[in-house]
Ligand binder design. Structure first.
Ligand code: ATP
Ligand code: MG
Length: 434
């Protein structure tokens, strides 16, 4: 297996001092899959003190030294080098109580989560003690050792199994899957920060639909508010699926943007609670506004970043707005929410449209595309749709004797006139108008 030059340099340095060194985990997995490698992890028989000696002429970062990790810079790469170790128990399900350094590669590989993540190489052959290569070929995520024991040690591995299945487009091996179902309640002991990180990656995977649907019970462990959507029928000609299936499909059919995918995961979360029925079928009046509120609650609990929370709120609130709108109406939207959010809204609407029943999926897709083209056209044209773009400002009005609230009111009036093309965005014309 071909190593990066930085990895080779590091392993050579370790070997020169009489220590073992192997590239391990995600690097080996991704090279065997022929997909890009994000970062290289090296595992070594050298203890932290011995590593400091080996790498004394390298630039190093001692951030993880307590856990045996030294980040070493070589050939422009930052590589995490970690002493062979096993993790002590996870009493709190969050942090290993302790780490114990060990002397053999075999022991180090044994503590790793999945067979496809438990392979190592020094550049020659691949050391594969648990059948990782077979599982890669068969596209399977399988726990190393007894899955119950492994998930009970660290329940985050349950979500990591889902994450790797989603990102790699793999299935989860049967015994591992059964164990996930049996142990999913342990996720409540895992810190939300770790959960949120894995969920972000899971949502972006190419196998996300399959994972959200097959392992919905795990998702509901983390987001119980979604549970009522499962199997909830919509009684509508527009829909072919229950709310949760539609949700999972909408996530999968959308572009690979994190915010868009979160918004779609939560966009119909209040459909069950707002359901009403008449002779025309099922309705979900106000599920958009209510869903937006609930998304705040869910995302805050997951300690999501503010940008995600506030943008999801807008996107969910707006996800059903009319797409057949005029240019001035689009300008009003852009003024209120900004182009970035409206662009994301187009992506949300597209994922949502595509997971409707035919022919509505195709029809809606077309109107969303027109809506999107209109937004882009306004944005590119440089036409005025915000106060900032208006060719009159507060000072101009102050100079004409306007004060305080009155200034704001007049500026908004002028902006509205410009947006509806009743006056040109020219200073003199605008001033004439007031
Ligand atoms: P990515 O491409 O996302 O970085 P990765 O496989 O490198 O994938 P990391 O989370 O960076 O994943 O972890 C590096 C390696 O450490 C894994 O491949 C696995 O061998 C091991 N590992 C990480 N987290 C755990 C865990 N919770 N339990 C057991 N082993 C783990
Ligand atoms: Mg990694």
């Amino acid at each position: 297996m071909k190593l990066t030059s930085g990895t080779k340099t590091i392993i050579n340095a370790l070997n020169a001092h009489g220590y073992e060194g192997y590239a391990v985990g995600g690097f080996v997995r991704n090279v065997l899959l022929n997909i890009p490698v994000s970062d290289v992890d090296v595992t070594t028989s050298a203890t932290p003190d011995e590593m400091l000696e080996v790498f004394k002429d390298f630039k190093v970062y001692k951030t993880g030294l307590k856990h045996g990790t030294l980040t070493v810079s070589a050939c422009g790469e930052n590589i995490e080098v970690t002493t062979y170790r096993i993790d002590g128990g996870y009493q709190d399900g969050r942090h290993p109580d302790s780490v114990t350094f060990v002397t053999s590669l075999e022991e180090d590989l044994k503590r790793r989560d999945f067979t496809v993540n438990a392979m190592a190489t020094s550049g020659d052959e691949v050391i594969d003690l648990y059948g990782g290569q077979d599982d890669l070929k068969n596209k399977l995520i399988r726990a190393v050792g007894n899955p119950d024991v492994r998930f009970q040690e660290d329940a985050l591995r349950i979500l990591r199994a889902l994450r790797f299945a989603s990102v790699l487009g793999f299935e989860i091996e049967e015994q591992t899957a059964i164990s996930i179902e049996r142990n999913k309640h342990l996720l409540k002991n895992v810190s939300v920060e770790r959960i949120f990180q894995e969920l972000n990656k899971l949502l972006l995977g190419k196998g996300v639909e399959n994972v959200l649907l097959k392992y919905s019970s795990v998702i509901f462990e983390i987001i119980p508010e979604l549970k009522a959507c499962s199997g909830f029928l919509q009684n509508s000609v527009y829909h072919a699926y229950d709310v949760y299936t539609h949700t999972a499909k909408s996530v999968a059919y959308s572009s690979g943007d994190r915010i868009v995918r979160w918004a779609l995961l939560l966009h119909d979360i209040e459909k069950p609670s707002t359901y009403t029925q008449d002779e025309k079928g099922g309705h979900f009046y106000t599920h958009q506004a209510k869903g937006a509120e609930t998304s705040i609650k869910v995302l805050k609990r997951l300690k999501a970043d503010n940008k995600l929370i506030t943008t999801c709120y807008d996107l969910i609130k707006l996800h059903d707005i009319k797409t057949e709108i005029t240019r001035p109406e689009m300008k009003k939207l852009l003024c209120k929410y900004g182009y970035e959010t409206i662009d994301l809204l187009c992506k949300v609407k597209l994922g949502d449209a595509l997971s409707h029943a035919e022919p509505y999926a195709t029809l809606r897709k077309e109107t969303v595309e027109r809506f999107s083209a209109l937004a882009t056209s306004v944005e590119k044209s440089g036409e005025c749709y915000t106060l900032k773009m208006l060719n009159v400002n507060g000072n101009d009005l102050k100079a004409r004797g306007y004060k305080g609230e009155n200034i704001k009111e007049k500026l908004n009036f002028l902006l509205n006139e410009v947006i509806f093309e009743r006056v040109k965005n020219q200073k003199e014309e605008l001033l004439k108008l007031i």
